[in-house]
Design a protein around this ligand. Structure first.
Ligand SMILES: [Zn+2]
Length: 229
């Protein structure tokens, strides 16, 4: 029979219990999106929560397909709202991911992973319908060989509701940061203001994900790889 645990041992284990914030406190979390606004739509609440909890959060945007000045300024405003650092991987103006070879995309992401040494990488899932998003997902799969980081995939990003086969295995409670996420999405005014798109879709998704796990708002993640230490 196991000996009863002392109160001290129980408390020590409770303190060690790994919450999202404790897991990444003081460490680097790297979020990689194909375009400006992808990260805000999918995991804006998660990124804000991590940043407020003491993680260094880097939002890496692979390409800006059009209107570089406007879209990069909007992305910077959104990153500021979420409290994250912003990087553009193709800094030389408007370029499409299709314009570069796969090995070049992998090389870019490898360089970033070597530089920032992330404890976790969050990126697009394989269930995407946008070819650029799938290309980024596949390139991120390759970067896993460099370092043992946690690897998560997020809900396919869309500006209008589309049926997708994505099944989250983990949920992040974003009840406290959902309003920051909504502000960050609205910072992309060229996408949501002038095109007349409804940002409430993202509140609806967070509410639905929250219902899955009994909180007000949540964002869903699929797990590619995760160390339970
Ligand atoms: Zn995109």
């Amino acid at each position: 029979m196991n000996a009863p645990l002392s109160a001290k041992v129980v408390q020590a284990n409770v303190n060690r219990r790994v919450s999202l914030l404790a897991r990444y406190f003081g460490r680097t979390v790297l979020a990689i999106g194909a375009h400006p606004d992808d990260l805000e739509l999918a995991i804006g609440g998660t990124l804000a929560r991590l940043a407020r909890g003491g993680a260094r959060v880097i939002m890496a945007v692979v390409s800006v397909p059009a209107d570089f000045e406007t879209r990069s300024a909007e992305a910077q405003r959104a990153a500021d709202i979420l409290g994250c650092e912003l990087r553009f991987l193709m800094e030389d103006g408007c370029r499409r991911i299709d314009d570069i070879k796969n090995y070049q995309l992998v090389g870019m992401l490898d360089g970033l992973v070597r530089e920032v040494e992330p404890a976790a990488v969050l990126t697009h899932s394989a269930s995407e319908f946008h070819r650029d998003h799938i290309a980024v997902h596949n390139a991120c799969l390759s970067t896993q060989r460099l370092k043992a980081f946690d690897f998560f995939h997020f809900n396919p990003t869309m500006t209008r509701a589309v049926p997708v086969a994505f099944h989250p295995r983990a949920y992040v409670d974003v009840s406290e940061t959902l309003e920051l996420k909504m502000q960050a999405i609205e910072a992309h005014a060229s996408q949501f203001g002038s095109r007349g798109l409804d940002t409430e879709l993202f509140r609806d998704l967070a509410r639905l994900n929250g219902r899955m796990v009994g909180v007000k708002y949540a964002e869903g993640l699929d797990i590619g790889r995760m160390l339970l230490a």
